[in-house]
Structure formats: C-alpha cells, structure tokens
Design a protein around this ligand. Structure first.
Ligand SMILES: C[S@@+](CC[C@H](N)C(=O)[O-])C[C@H]1O[C@@H](n2cnc3c(N)ncnc32)[C@H](O)[C@@H]1O
Length: 230
C-alpha cells in the first residue's frame, strides 16, 4: 500500500520552501545523506515519498538526532541515524546525494574541505547556506564545482539560495557580481534577493574605510545599483 494511504502518521512531513527546493535537487533512486539533519524532516520526506531508497540522517549533536529519530520512526527501515562531524560519518561514496542545509557558509566549506572524496563527479551536493551565499559560491568556483541548478526561495522572511553543485574540476576565479547574485536571474523574487544582498554589502562597506577592498566593494555596489546581472 502506498505510504500516504497506510495511516495518517505515515504521511511525509511538510517542508518549508527551502527544504522543498533542496529535496527537488536530490536525485530520485539514490542514497542521500542529510548532514545537520536536526528535526529530520528532510530525511523523513525523502524516505516517505520514496524519492530515496536509503537516507542517512546525520548530526553532530545527540539532541537533534533524537528529534530526527522520532520524526523518521515510521520509515526506520530506510533511514539510518548517525552522529558525527560533517561528512566524517560517511565512507567515501556511501551517499550519492549529500544535503547540507541550514548551516553557515563557513561551516559548510569546512565540512566539504575536510572530505576530499566529494571531488568526484558522481556526488551531487545540495547546499543551503544560512548565511554568506556569496562566500560559498566563490569557494565552489575556486574548488572546481559548477552550479548545476540554483533555486531562490523565501522562508520565514529570509532569502535562501538552494544550490545544486557538481564537481567538474574546472577551477575558476568568479566575478564578484556572480558571487552575490548567483544564477537566479529571472526567478520569482530575484530582484528582491538582489536588493537584499545589496543592503548587506552596503552595511559591510561602512566598516571598510578606503583602500583596494573598499574600491572593489564600491564597484560591486555600482553594478548592483545599475541593475547589472552576471
Ligand atoms: C539550523 S539546523 C538545520 C536543520 C536542517 N538541516 C534545516 O535546514 O532545517 C543545523 C543543524 O546542524 C547541526 N550541525 C552543526 N554543525 C554540524 C557539523 N559540523 N556536522 C553535522 N551537523 C552539524 C546542528 O547540530 C543542527 O542540528
């Protein structure tokens, strides 16, 4: 019997726009790892909907893992819980699709940098930084990842860029405007997202004084105010 007809408590949990966009980037039929799973809703959703035959729900802290255990209990045959830091909980190649959502860009970068096996074209990374989207986009470009997709969404009044990154081996120095705007041009909310990013950059500019870094930020502000897109 399909899960949705078996009993009400076996219905997939509702996801916010950000996690729904992340789930849509997970490739059907693959083993997924949900790093920093916390409440476990994404892991449960991927298992409950049948999108993933196996899900590894992982978190560095025991409290969140206990929440995830409760959320995922109806699909315990498909969801395995693991406690540990970042990707250290996985053997290389164990998960095909790796989601890291709701962590700051610096933490996501630390997690990826500590697992060189993700530099394998077969791994699909779904990344949802809670902060500093541009920093993560720059790191991805520097380290040979391309954005195969990116979905802009708004949840609880904040903008999120849900990134689908694949390793291509082509390292590049991205343009500052690209780092700020990503590849979301034309999507619903793109103009508001740009204005939101511009507001943050202007705030950073106030603390910079003069010098080459300030000049680069001024140029970026001008580009954004002139409605330029990467
Ligand atoms: C804000 S929650 C995000 C939950 C969920 N992924 C989401 O986006 O709604 C962040 C979770 O990441 C976990 N976390 C933080 N650093 C981590 C790391 N290095 N490795 C694994 N989990 C981590 C925290 O314990 C917390 O449960």
């Amino acid at each position: 019997m399909p899960i949705s007809q078996s009993s009400p408590d076996k219905r997939p949990p509702a996801l916010d726009a950000r996690l729904a966009a992340a789930a849509a980037f997970v490739r059907p039929g693959h083993t997924a790892a949900d790093i920093g799973c916390d409440h476990g809703k994404l892991s449960a959703y991927l298992a409950a909907t049948g999108r993933c035959p196996r899900v590894l729900a992982c978190d560095v802290r025991e409290g969140p893992l206990q929440k995830a255990r409760r959320t995922c209990a109806p699909w315990a045959d498909r969801v395995e819980l693991r406690r540990g830091d970042g990707l250290a909980v996985l053997a290389p190649g164990e998960a095909d699709d790796i989601v890291v959502a709701g962590l700051g860009a610096e933490t996501i970068i630390e997690i990826l940098a500590a697992a060189p096996w993700v530099l394998d074209g077969s791994v699909n990374l779904v990344l949802v930084p809670a902060t500093k989207h541009g920093l993560l986009r720059r790191w991805l470009a520097h380290n040979g990842f391309a954005l195969a997709g990116e979905t802009l969404c708004n949840a609880a009044g904040r903008w999120y860029a849900v990134m689908d990154a694949r390793y291509t081996g082509q390292k590049r120095e991205p343009d500052a405007l690209w780092c700020v705007c990503g590849t979301v041009r034309g999507q619903p909310g793109a103009e508001q997202y740009r204005a939101w990013q511009l507001g943050k950059i202007k705030k950073t500019r106030r603390g910079l004084g003069a010098g080459p870094q300030a000049a680069a930020v001024d140029r970026l502000i001008q580009q954004l105010e002139a409605d330029q897109w990467p």
